[in-house]
Structure formats: C-alpha cells, structure tokens
Unconditional design. Sequence first.
Length: 146
Amino acid sequence: MGIPLAEDSGMRKYLMNCLIVGVIGSAAAVAHHGTSVTYQTDKTITLTGSVTEFSFSYPHPQLYFDVKDADGNVQHWGSEFAPTPLMMKQMNVGWARDTIKTGDTITITCNPHRVPGSTACLAKELIVNGKKLTVGPGRPQATGKE
C-alpha cells in the first residue's frame, strides 16, 4: 500500500518548497560579488555631468550620465551604488527612486573600473544640483592617535 494521496500531495509541496529555497539561496550566494574585483578601490575620480537615467533597483541602483570633455565631446558614463535599495533604506540615507531625475546636474566621486578606457565607476560621493547625498555607510574618521 502507498501513502494516501492527500498526504503525498502535502509531502510533495513540502519537498518542492525546500528545493526552491535551496536553489534560490544557492543562486544568491553564487551571484554575489565583491567590488574590488570590478573597480579600482584604491583610486577615485571626480566627474561632473548631466543625468540621462537613474534606476533605483536591484541588485544595485544604477546612475547613467553624460560628461563633456575639454573639447566638448560627450562621454556616456554609468555608475552603480554599492548598497542595494533595501540597504540604503536601512542606512536612512534619506532619498529614494525619485530623488535623482533626468537632466539633474551631478558631481560624482567614484572608483574607476579596472578595464582601461571604461566609462563605468562605483559611486562613493554624489552631489545632485548642489546637494550632497549620502550613498553608503559613513566611515570612521582617522584620529591619528592609534
């Protein structure tokens, strides 16, 4: 004799849910990455430009902007923020998806990409229309008394 159908169905659901949770958890662990692999975390650059697009989404918010060089040529740049939207909410950064708009003027200090000539960076400091926005957790100030 076998297990009654109702119990079998419940057991199948339970096992399927365990499988789904395991797969999703494994995918998240494999998908997570470190910024030191992609960006030069020991260097920063500062750029001023005009926002073309802002996406406050997962896995990390993305900011796209145009920068003019000394000759007036436009370069299209992209930057990501290290914290996720949920992390930013938990850090109480005080801004959200509608804080940055197309056409806003920004000054961004960021870690450049490791690929030479790349126009992508990791945001460290951001000023939008003259207002400094917090983009991540604060770092303790060095006191020199150590």
